[in-house]
Design a protein around this ligand. Sequence first.
Ligand SMILES: [Zn+2]
Length: 284
Amino acid sequence: MSCPLCDDTGWKPVEINGVRQVERCECWRTDAGQKRLSTANIPRRYQHCTLANFEAYNDSLKRGVVLAQRVIDSFPGAEGGDRGLLLIGMPGVGKTHLAVAILKKCISDRAAHGLFYTTSDLMALLRSTYTGEEKATESQVLRTMTAADVLVLDDVGRERATEWRDEMLHLIVNTRYSERRLTIFTTNFDIGSDTTDPDTLPCRVGFRVYSRLHEMCEFIHLDAADYRERPPNATVDDLIAMWKVRNKPALPARAARPARAQLRESAARDGKADLRWPGGRAGS
Ligand SMILES: [Zn+2]
């Protein structure tokens, strides 16, 4: 069916101050948005995600929706550039759902170039450019990641940290920061206060990247049930009940630290034992 506004040319006539001109027709934007959605690399299990079908049954989830909507409404950002989001929370709380909802809306409504990658998939893609498995070169992949109008980097910090990973992540994050492009991050790792704890976000992504995240993103903690563990036909009440159970930690996080310290001490004792045992570690 042809478009009544532009007769399928993609340009529609408009009159501005009495002068007849043409401008991009809505049908072009919709088509371009649809095409760009299909090439945004959104995993099938998240393709249905929108803000409308996100179950916001507590304050942290409601705040998540408000901030996500704010990001959508202010895209593309004017002078100040686009401020992104860092969604923090345990697995299954809906971080990726919100990130994809933002991405899809920016693509479908504004015909933005958008991309979704988990950080580990992105690192694997970069590695495959060295082996020739991937036709694109490293710099082409990097350019694609830095040039996208919207980029979702999912599950940041999960990937194995190496010097090379640090360099790649820093390059992508830093370039997007300088170019003021919208980036949405999700992570399972909390910020934490112990800067030596290897399972905190600053340690997982490195302090350089972490400080950039602060400058380019609003941080939000989502605290909720693991949506993936819900029973079939779960209602919102079921989710609330699951969330309350999850919220009662069996072991406070702090208790883990003395345990780690004990481990370190016993490892140190083993080390000393080795010194006294010229034949190496007993039993080895
Ligand atoms: Zn049209």
